[in-house]
Ligand binder design. Structure first.
Ligand SMILES: NC(=O)c1ccc[n+]([C@@H]2O[C@H](COP(=O)([O-])OP(=O)(O)OC[C@H]3O[C@@H](n4cnc5c(N)ncnc54)[C@H](O)[C@@H]3O)[C@@H](O)[C@H]2O)c1
Ligand SMILES: [Zn+2]
Ligand SMILES: [Zn+2]
Length: 404
């Protein structure tokens, strides 16, 4: 079968690989009808999420049809159409039963304290082969995959695999009360779904920060008040727009590849931190392999953490869904402590949110596919990765279509 395979930092390839097989009784084999590229994949190609094993199939977003199930899978059968949660969880440990699927005790072969098990990730996450492929082995298939109603098509369903639940999780952890002002950093796919989720949770106002025009435009079309951090100082504007109080809640939907402003009124302060930022990049991305303007790590890993803590209202809540490598160490602890900020963060417990979001989408209350901008065949995956990495105009969320 065809799959996108990680070889080294800056080196991914579309290749022929062997078809997956059932290994455990709770496995299923799914034929993928939709996959997608995520900002998390970019961290792995840029080297800011290190520890990838050569030969790992990338991708953790998938929709498909069940081909085969092990004898421990009694709730699915061949022919069922499912959305696959990005994270893998056993369903029986105390963490899973409490809804903390991303902290499952059993799914990660590296042990209960090793961290979140997910498809197509680094050694420490399994590793498990990913979903940018024609077929995939789904461990704990009796727990993860959620059956799809016929009226939820692949274009909507693929966004339910990771980024809609993650945006929802971010808004949930932000403790949004009706009427709250929420600032979302990053208007990539995850940021767009954080904006949508905050609005669905009755946020009074949503501010959205990025520098990519077409992404800011999409945020504006959702009703967000947009801030271009290379034209204005985002912290100043956040305060200005809220009567000097600051937003009640902030969501980081950027993560470790954050960029500093290279121009505009905030650039000077960022330049003052240039040495610190460089040290942060060296720590999180010891191996880098940019090709021209491709696969460049973000230059300021802690930029969003600094802005969010600076701009939030006193006693506000900061929700971090942007991914930071375990080696990332910088956080403005002093300011956060002295403002009584609450901080919640982590990997999404996808399986906790997906069933309800499938119903929300089936009801017609929200159509996630309006935030999908590209539909590319899996055969063009590498070019699609490059366009997404470059944040080319109009490229926000990319669905990949495997052809069996
Ligand atoms: N916690 C989870 O479970 C989970 C799940 C999925 C994705 N993620 C993470 O969410 C993050 C976003 O994913 P994505 O697919 O939207 O990625 P993306 O790379 O497409 O989007 C990131 C956006 O942030 C913007 N940005 C860069 N520096 C910024 C700054 N200083 N201030 C504001 N915006 C800035 C970029 O211009 C870009 O538009 C990634 O870190 C990804 O790994 C987390
Ligand atoms: Zn993802
Ligand atoms: Zn578990």
């Amino acid at each position: 079968m065809k799959a996108v395979v990680w070889h080294a930092v800056g080196d991914i390839r579309l290749e022929d690989v062997p078809d997956p097989e059932i290994q455990e009784p709770t496995d299923a084999i799914v034929r993928l009808t939709a996959s997608a590229i995520c900002g998390t994949d970019l961290h792995m190609v840029r080297g800011t999420l290190s520890g990838m094993r050569e030969g790992t199939i990338l991708g953790h977003e998938g929709v498909g049809v069940v081909e085969e199930v092990g004898k421990g899978v009694r709730n699915l059968r061949r022919g069922d159409r499912v959305v696959i949660p990005s994270t893998i969880a056993c369903g029986y440990c105390a963490y899973c039963r409490a809804g903390y699927y991303a902290q499952c005790d059993h799914a990660n072969p590296n042990g209960p304290r090793a961290g979140t098990a997910f498809f197509g990730g680094p050694e420490s996450s399994g590793p498990f082969h990913g979903l940018q492929a024609t077929y995939a082995r789904i461990p704990f298939a009796n727990v993860g995959p959620v059956r799809l109603p016929d009226d939820v098509d692949d274009e909507d369903a693929i966004l339910l695999s990771d980024i809609f639940p993650t945006g929802w999780f971010g808004a949930d952890m932000a403790e949004i009360d009706p009427g709250d002002t929420v600032v979302v950093f990053g208007c990539g796919p995850v940021g767009q779904f954080a904006i949508a989720s905050a609005l669905l949770m009755d946020a009074g106002r949503v501010l959205a920060v990025d520098r990519v025009e077409s992404r800011l435009e999409m945020a504006r079309s959702q009703g967000a008040e947009v801030i271009d951090f290379e034209r204005e100082d985002p912290v100043e504007v956040m305060l200005e727009l809220t009567g000097g109080i600051g937003p009640d809640r902030a969501i980081d939907a950027v993560g470790v590849d954050a960029e500093p402003p290279h121009r505009g009124p905030a650039a000077e302060e960022a330049r003052e931190h240039a040495d610190e930022f460089r040290q942060e990049v060296d720590r999180v991305a010891p191996a880098r392999n940019p090709h021209g303007d491709l696969w460049e790590p973000g230059e300021a890993p802690s930029q969003v953490l600094r802005w969010a803590v600076d701009g939030l209202a006193k006693a506000g809540t900061f929700s971090i869904i942007g991914v930071y490598a375990e080696s990332a160490m910088t956080f403005p602890i002093g300011k956060a402590m002295n403002r009584n900020l609450a901080i919640n963060m982590g990997n999404c417990h996808h399986r906790k949110y997906i069933p309800r979001l499938v119903e929300l989408v089936a009801s017609g209350a929200f159509e996630p596919s309006r935030l999908l901008t590209q539909l590319e065949p899996l055969s063009d995956a590498i070019a699609a990765f490059e366009a997404f990495d470059r944040r080319e105009h109009g490229w926000v969320k990319v669905e990949l279509e495997p052809v069996a």
